[in-house]
Design a protein around this ligand. Structure first.
Ligand SMILES: NC(=O)c1ccc[n+]([C@@H]2O[C@H](COP(=O)([O-])OP(=O)(O)OC[C@H]3O[C@@H](n4cnc5c(N)ncnc54)[C@H](O)[C@@H]3O)[C@@H](O)[C@H]2O)c1
Length: 262
């Protein structure tokens, strides 16, 4: 029986950032299927409404929070709205991100505003959302924070460089470990997931070529690109009490790609 069928988040409240599409949406649906009440936050209102509808269609309770996490004031507001909606907070999935299609390039080619956008959305928002979330978790039954990083934290790309993205995701891993060290005594676990190539809007420019290459035995040993649900299941494990002794960890979910290239 899967974790969701076992209801491993029954009675818990989760906030998922970047929940309108892709990994965030799949995670919000799976968390709801696992019994959580879920607050979904995103900057793109129409897609967010569709994701909220998907959670409700799956039998879940959902709150919708439109927020631009590049704006500091919106980060704290997400947590306030989530706690206001459901009265507590147990799980935070820090997932919102901008990727190579928006913030690609080398240190020579990237515009300063795009460099800043990568850091602001991919890392600074994690700091600001967590700053607002931790006091709610500390006061209750503890909590679980799951930060979405990337295999880009470990390696560059010759064909598709994104130095700003890589730097932001490396920072996510360091922040994850530092927070795990600080908040263990409060019963708050903090972990990171490094997805490889996952079929979402972020990879629309490369996913078909990556899938072809994987089927021909190149790039991804497991022979396919990942689906958002592959990462959602990792997030659910780390959010659940099944991961009760796991904190400060980095879970690489890339079909074996990183192992094959090192
Ligand atoms: N798809 C991949 O191959 C892959 C690989 C490694 C890591 N990731 C990471 O996974 C996470 C989710 O990305 P995805 O692949 O599901 O792509 P996605 O584009 O479907 O999801 C990202 C979400 O973040 C939201 N977002 C972006 N900027 C925002 C802002 N300023 N405020 C609020 N929300 C904002 C988007 O609207 C979107 O809903 C990201 O952190 C990404 O870096 C993805």
């Amino acid at each position: 029986m899967g974790l969701a069928e076992r209801g491993v988040l029954r009675g818990k409240v989760a906030i998922v950032t970047g929940a309108a599409t892709g990994i965030g949406r799949a995670s919000a649906v799976l968390f709801a299927q696992a019994g959580a009440r879920v607050a979904l936050a995103d900057v793109r209102a129409p897609e967010l409404a569709q994701a909220v509808a998907a959670v409700r269609a799956a039998g879940g309770e959902a709150a919708s929070i439109t927020a631009d996490l590049a704006r500091p004031e919106d980060c704290a507001a997400v947590v306030e709205a989530g706690v206001r909606a459901f009265g507590r907070l147990d799980v935070l999935l820090n997932n919102a991100g901008v990727g190579t299609m928006v913030v690609g390039g080398t240190v020579e080619s990237i515009a300063l505003e795009h460099w800043d956008l990568a850091q602001d959305v991919n890392v600074r928002a994690m700091y600001l959302v967590a700053r607002a979330a931790v006091p709610h978790m500390r006061g209750g039954a503890g909590g679980a924070i799951v930060n979405i990083a990337s295999v880009s934290a470990f390696r560059g790309s010759v064909e598709r460089p994104s130095h700003a993205y890589a730097a932001s995701k490396g920072a996510v891993l360091s922040l994850t470990r530092a927070m795990a060290a600080s908040y263990g005594r409060d019963g708050i676990r903090v972990n990171a997931i490094c997805p490889g190539t996952i079929r979402t809007r972020l990879t629309a420019d490369i996913v078909e070529a990556a899938e072809r290459a994987a089927k021909e035995g190149r790039g991804i040993p497991l022979g396919r690109v990942g689906e958002p649900e592959d990462i959602a299941r990792c997030a659910l494990f780390l959010a659940s009490d099944d991961a009760a002794f796991v904190s400060g960890a980095t879970l690489v979910a890339d079909g074996g790609a990183t192992a094959a290239t090192t």
